[in-house]
Design a protein around this ligand. Structure first.
Ligand code: ADP
Ligand code: MG
Length: 483
């Protein structure tokens, strides 16, 4: 039986959520609005309307192109992809797929999978407009034009990915790039990321670099979750392996992922592919991309996850694992950086964020934006720990109580139930106990070490558990030595 190597190429669509308006109209680009409220005549395809290119969308698209190490074009222009569908009332989509040089070509991405650095070549990244969204119900379908015209980046990779695991790691890397660069929230729960996945199998002993050795691919359209991408790839590898093992041939076809059955289903053969009659969009003049503008964009690329990770390891002394946990989501990394800016000890902040904060977010399934306990409040807790007012156990209790009752931690940090760390106060309590324990002191002196715990217990009883245990033991040892 031949051993196969899977070749996987991705077409990753990401809605750019961080522009104020849509890519060719002045309608707001906003996700959280009632349906059909962010719509201008252009988005509805009214005759006589003209597109105006959103410069910020082009700027961010060029920034993405730079981050992916692509070449940028000399001119920006667009073309029409003609088709009829209810989600596209103009009857064409404005894109950059065939004739115009897209915002980026021939780049490469390095990403990490299982601790190994992998490389994927980028064929191109282009800017286009999203279609409206359709929701299908039992007897009706609803259409929401809020999404029509939202700027969309399509990233097309070469088939350099070899497994479902690598594909997901690559997508997670790209999501992080889009988030850190301020291009998109890249939230798949909001449908902002959608993927077409191309899968083929080749003889594992042949030269992978020579495209003539590649197998015939199936393209699986429009998968909207990373889990879906993973499962669809695994299913497709299995399906094609079986065909090949039985001496059959894989057909070049377009399939779709069916979440419910966990299978891919044939839609159409690639042979009768639709002819979209592309031509250059005549209503958008060519726009010259100057070197000055490109330099300006380059200089404005924000710190990305990899930069922050390096900083956390080299400057903050965190372990690569901890640094990785903290940079995985930009919002969490921002929270951590805020803690550091507030002068919480770096290691202490890292520990609280990666264990308690992330733990709580996962438990409640919320994002850190909706998390009650902001860094300023975490500082109230860490300050109280460091001054000896709270034991670490008490600190955790305060943390959870504050979140649960939505009250600032300082409300639970009072002198009254604070830990007693004052040496004079503790010495006084301890001496009183020892003065009344002559029998136990004798037993202790005669070698019964466990009596020591009895004394600690007495101090705790006397202080209702508030005595600082470390200091208590220190003073106890000193006082017992004196007797
Ligand atoms: P189309 O427009 O028909 O989808 P493209 O040439 O634009 O075709 O390729 C789309 C995607 O298919 C790219 O991501 C590319 O890497 C991938 N691809 C091309 N050939 C193969 C193959 N033999 N196996 C897997 N993926 C492939
Ligand atoms: Mg395709």
């Amino acid at each position: 039986m031949t051993k196969y190597l899977a070749k996987i190429g991705l077409e990753m669509h990401c809605e750019m959520s961080e522009t104020n308006t849509k890519v060719f109209s002045a309608a707001r680009n906003s996700y959280s609005e009632s349906p059909n409220t962010n719509v201008r005549p252009l988005d509805m395809g009214f005759p006589g309307t003209l597109p105006v290119v959103n410069k910020e969308a082009v700027r961010l698209a060029l920034m993405a192109s730079m981050i992916l190490n692509c070449q940028q074009p000399e001119y920006i222009y667009f073309e029409r992809k003609n088709y009829y569908y209810p989600d596209m009332p103009k009857n064409f989509q404005i894109t950059q797929e065939t004739k115009p040089i897209p915002v980026g070509i021939y780049g490469k991405v390095l990403y990490e999978c299982d601790g190994e650095i992998k490389e994927v070549r980028v064929n191109n990244i282009h800017l286009e407009e999203d279609a409206a969204s359709l929701d299908h119900f039992y007897a009706t379908s609803n259409i929401d034009y809020n999404r029509a015209g939202v700027p969309l980046l399509e990233l097309v990779t070469e088939p350099d990915i070899h497994s479902a695991k690598e594909a997901v790691a690559f997508l997670e890397h790209m999501r992080s790039v889009y988030q850190y660069a301020g291009i998109s929230e890249a939230d798949s729960k909001k449908g902002q990321i959608r993927c077409d996945v191309n899968v083929s199998l080749m003889d594992a002993s042949a030269d992978e670099k020579d495209p003539r050795n590649w197998g015939v691919r199936a393209e699986i359209k429009n998968i909207n979750s990373f889990g879906g991408v993973r499962d669809a790839i695994n299913y497709e590898i299995e399906r094609q392996t079986e065909i090949l093992n039985n001496g059959g041939e894989v057909e070049q076809e377009t399939r779709r992922w069916d979440e419910e059955s966990g299978t891919t289903i044939r839609m159409r053969s690639k042979v009768d592919a639709i002819d979209y009659k592309y031509f250059v969009e005549p209503n958008i003049p060519k726009y010259k991309v100057t070197k000055e503008w490109l330099d300006e964009i380059k200089a404005s690329i924000p710190e990305l996850a990899m930069d922050r990770k390096k900083k956390y390891i080299e400057e903050y002394g965190l372990s690569p694992y901890d640094a990785g946990v903290l940079v995985k989501e930009k919002d969490i990394s921002d929270y951590f950086e805020k803690c550091v800016a507030l002068n919480i000890d770096v290691k202490q902040a890292a520990n609280w964020v990666s264990v308690n904060v992330i733990g709580e977010l996962n438990k409640e399934n919320i994002s850190i934006k909706d998390f009650y306990l902001i860094p300023e409040m975490l500082k109230q807790i860490t300050d109280a720990i460091n001054s000896g007012t709270l034991s670490s156990k008490q600190a955790k209790e305060v943390f959870f109580k504050a979140i649960e009752e939505k009250k600032e931690p300082k409300n639970y940090i009072s002198k009254e139930n604070a830990q007693i760390s004052d040496r004079d106060e503790l010495t006084k309590i301890i001496c009183e106990i020892l003065d009344n324990s002559s029998t136990q002191i004798e037993q202790y002196k005669s070698g019964r070490d466990n009596i020591f715990d009895y004394f600690v217990g007495q101090v705790m009883k006397n202080t209702r558990g508030k005595a600082n245990p470390v200091i208590t033991k220190e003073i106890l040892h000193a006082e017992l030595d004196k007797r």
